[in-house]
Design a protein around this ligand. Structure first.
Ligand code: ADP
Length: 394
């Protein structure tokens, strides 16, 4: 079966086509278009290319199209991308303005152009469906809670992949199997050996998730992906009272404050240099104090959230790093794990330095009680696997 993953931005359309017949996902083709105003034209051109290059006989020969939807009102999971999904995306279009309208438009286009090809939405919140109410409620009035304001958690596809892969690497087949079947069979009762993972997805946007026996117990991200760790140019955690105060003191409109929190904050806002971790490190090494501070704040925030989930789960068997910063930045990984020997974390400096993008492996010593692992992310591939499982099970 061929699975097409459509990655939709407000002005971009990217795709990857995978063949799942070998028992694992093999990428056949990828491509994309910028400055898009009409998805119909992109889809037509993409299909012509895929057919012309011999990857599929026709659009109808695609087994399913998968969409990495971000946030739906009153809906999550890995589900058929039908009217219910469109309604859920529309319900939260103000919370994810760059994503929800684009995905709704894209899903509609595929429905019109390839009506017989199943469409599947994998919400980024899906992995957090089984969080305890105490972990997802904010202490706000009921009228606010009724609007759906709560912690959701994001980067679900990436953290779920880590949940499965870390279980594989640590030889915990019971957890690996539970995670593989999570979206089709639900969590069921777990009675295998415990596995608690502190999963750090550190990239352009970053989050830490606590994973206990394959289930997420919490995320550093809350109502929107703008919370938690400082992001590339988005704020991360901020005391809510800062917003009305800044609006009053600087005479900003709410819209302008929102723009600054989304575009001029995070690592960019702190460093004043760049939103890219590599530039920030370079500037710090050249003596820029604000750049050094930006990395220190990121490290502190990662440790804050990982520590929170360590406590919540009563310990951990593994700490994992994934995505651009997590896979490449050995110094940052060392800083996150520094001084944790009493907890049982021993980094192997040589293995840590060797681990760069695309390499999977342990970066802790053999004796380290808590294993530290680098697990490369490939979100489209992860989504293709989930969509394939969903289509097979339905
Ligand atoms: P996104 O989250 O946007 O999908 P990535 O997961 O690729 O993207 O992460 C992008 C981030 O990874 C950028 O901040 C980039 O600076 C960082 N990164 C990439 N390579 C390195 C490296 N060698 N050292 C440190 N950071 C890196």
């Amino acid at each position: 079966m061929k699975i097409l993953i459509a990655n939709l931005g407000s002005t971009s359309f990217k795709y990857r086509l995978f063949d799942m017949d070998a028992g694992h996902a093999v990428q056949l083709a990828s491509g994309g278009y910028e400055r898009v105003t009409d998805y119909t034209r992109c889809i037509t051109t993409m299909l012509e290319t895929l057919v012309g290059d011999g990857h599929v006989e026709s659009g109808e020969a695609i087994g399913a199209v998968g969409f990495k939807t971000v946030l739906g009102k009153d809906l999550s999971g890995c589900v058929a991308a039908d009217e219910g999904v469109l309604e859920a995306l529309n319900g939260f279009k103000e919370v994810a303005p760059a994503h929800n309208p684009a995905y709704a438009a894209g899903i509609r286009c595929f429905a019109e152009m390839l009506p017989s090809v199943p469409r599947v939405a994998l919400f980024e919140t899906a992995f957090y469906q089984w969080m305890e109410p105490a972990a997802y409620h904010y202490a706000i009035p009921e009228t606010w809670r009724n609007l759906g304001i709560r912690r959701y958690g994001f980067h679900g596809a990436s953290h779920k992949f880590v949940a499965e892969r870390s279980a594989d690497l640590l030889g915990n087949e019971a957890v690996a199997d539970r995670v593989r079947r999570l979206y089709t069979d639900g969590p069921g009762n777990y009675c295998g050996a415990p596995l608690r993972v502190l999963s750090c997805h550190l990239g352009g946007s970053s989050s830490v998730t606590g994973i206990q026996n394959g289930l997420a117990v919490g995320s550093s991200m809350g109502f929107s992906p703008q919370s938690g760790l400082p992001q590339n140019n988005r704020v991360g955690d901020l005391d809510s009272m800062a917003i009305p105060y800044v609006c009053k003191m600087l005479g900003l409109s709410l819209e302008e404050a929102e723009r600054q929190l989304n575009k001029e904050s995070g690592l960019l806002g702190l460093s004043g240099v760049s939103n890219d971790a590599r530039d920030i490190r370079e500037a710090a090494e050249a003596g820029n104090g604000n750049a050094a501070l930006a990395t220190e704040v990121l490290v502190d925030s990662i440790r804050h959230w990982a520590g929170s989930f360590f406590f919540k789960m009563g310990g951990a068997e593994a700490i994992t790093f994934t995505a651009g910063i997590g896979e490449n930045d050995a110094d940052l990984r060392a800083a996150v794990c520094a001084g944790l020997e009493d907890l049982g974390v021993q980094i192997d400096p040589q293995a840590n330095t060797k681990a760069i993008r695309g390499t999977e492996g342990f970066i802790s010593t053999k004796d380290s009680k808590i294993k530290v692992i680098v697990i490369p992310a490939n979100e489209e591939l992860v989504i293709a696997r989930e969509v394939f499982r969903y289509v097979q099970a339905s």
